[in-house]
Design a protein around this ligand. Structure first.
Ligand SMILES: [Zn+2]
Ligand SMILES: [Zn+2]
Ligand SMILES: [Zn+2]
Length: 162
């Protein structure tokens, strides 16, 4: 995996959205997973920013777009998107972010910027293996890893001199 992508604050984000949606459609077609218009709408809303979004904020946005969505609908869509590797849940924020490379299986570690609230994926298999190995040595069978690192992204370091 390439280095974590905290893009410049003024990057052309429409291109991120378009690419993510096109890739999602291709993945779902390949897997025969049904990316319904509503699921796609949820994915598009998640991709509106690189900042993760919570389920209730999503619900508000769906309602703004004129959809009478109930929480179970949103949760089912989120579940579908997660199962298909299109989004990740950021545990420490209880929010969801679009996966930046859903076509390749990858380990999940996340960098969370406390200034701009954006998240980037580290995705290091090496770190994941080392953590599992340490857990195994402690006689522990790990099922799932959550690694979220808080700090300041390179862009914010440059702009805010924090
Ligand atoms: Zn973007
Ligand atoms: Zn990912
Ligand atoms: Zn930042």
């Amino acid at each position: 995996m390439s280095k974590p992508a905290f893009l410049p604050h003024d990057h052309n984000h429409q291109r991120c959205i378009d690419a993510a949606l096109a890739e999602a459609r291709a993945i779902c077609q390949r897997k025969h997973s049904r990316l319904t218009p509503q699921r796609e709408q949820v994915l598009r809303l998640i991709w509106q920013e690189h900042r993760p979004i919570g389920a209730y904020e999503l619900l508000d946005k769906l309602r703004e777009e004129g959809l009478k969505a109930a929480p179970p609908t949103v949760y089912r869509a989120l579940e579908f998107l997660q199962e298909n590797g299109l989004i990740h849940r950021i545990e420490s924020l209880n929010a969801y972010t679009g996966c930046s490379h859903p076509s390749e299986p990858h380990a999940s570690q996340f960098l969370v910027c406390q200034q701009c609230q954006r998240v980037a994926e580290l995705g290091s298999e090496q770190i994941a293996e080392q953590l599992s190995e340490q857990a195994r040595r402690a006689g522990f069978a790990s099922a799932h890893q959550t690694v979220e690192i808080r700090g300041t992204c390179a862009e914010c370091l440059r702009h805010f001199h924090v």
